[in-house]
Ligand binder design. Sequence first.
Ligand SMILES: [Fe+2]
Length: 428
Amino acid sequence: MLKIDVYICVKNDALLSFIRTYLDSSKNITLHIEQSADALRTSLSLNDSPELLILDEGRAKEIDHNDFSDIPNKIIFSAQGITTHEGWSHYPADKWKETLDKFIEGVGNIENDTFAKFPFKVLKSVDIPVCDIYLEIKKDGSPHHIKLFKMNEHIVQEQVEKYLDKGVLTGKIEQENKMQFLNSISNLLYKKMKDGYAPDIVGNSLDTAISILKDVGFNSTSTQLIDGVVESINTSLTDNKSKNVKVITDLLNSQSSRFYKKAHISSMLGIQILAMEDWTTHKHQEIMTYLSLMCDVTLTKPEMLFIRDKKQLDQSSLSTEDKQIVWSHARDAFDLMQNYNECPIETDLLVLEHHGNKNGIGFPDSLQPDLSKITQIFRICEDFTIEILKHKELKKNIKVNDVFNDLYKMHNKKSLHAYIDKLKKCFF
Ligand SMILES: [Fe+2]
């Protein structure tokens, strides 16, 4: 259920208690109470615009009304309801209940469950949608849905790109069609993966799965896609065992996202090292693939994917909030995986420690020997992958020898150097 935000900044008296009690009981409203005009300004600068702002006459005199022009519904309660601030509705304080009832009725459109949201970028994987696709726009402060693509008619991909470029993040479909819509995408991509392995198809499927599981949680659709990707990677490996460089080149040149490229190359190389160890079974191969795919699943921006230590995090241009996401991403991914019973046992624990800290928080100065061998191998492979991805994205020539020299410097333990030696054997 979509919740709407209401801000209130009035004197701490009966009016506040009445409104608070009344709106708190409304399940679709989140009420924010601010004590002063300053507190209100600060709070609004840190949050999205609310649907409604309520002030009393005193607070209305203390604010610059231009600061609140984005808010669609603005009410001032005064003794007689006679105030003259343009763009605001004015009501007598004793009519608070009728006024709020009118508002709640008006936002009925917002709250109805007719429409469900989905991540807009999944439309990149859709050719012909099984239902109508809408875009929500605000008109006179209320949401309206315009039909963007019609059921059973081809989606114009240029239009999808145009909306994505404009920053559209969510699309809307009628609630009753939601699961059918997501499943149709899932089935289509899964079938394409089965028909023939290609980095773009698999990469696209993974991106879609990640979008879906972030937005609607783990469900059969997203887990099916992730399983399909794991299977495809493992199949592609058996076909390409002696062609590492070719596979890596294809992947680096593919249109797939940085997330997928990193996951696939790390996993591929990790499996090559595992094959040189005498303790491994095919199960470890599967674990390595899941680990590569799931470890960074909670990172929200591509630039986050290259950060591997505290110094890089501190020096990044990410916001404080984004830095926190990176800082705890291993633990967050571990938490998310608790809803996903299909992946091999203990993969979640490897995800938790994939940067070297057993609690999944932060980055240690160096890797400790008590980490699982799979994690140690994965770290080496991921570090290598990040370096070659960086070179590729900067359009620099990749000198594999130089990358290996950097890798030896990055890790100071003998056991890790032994894994780097093994990784080297995949290339020379
Ligand atoms: Fe990570």
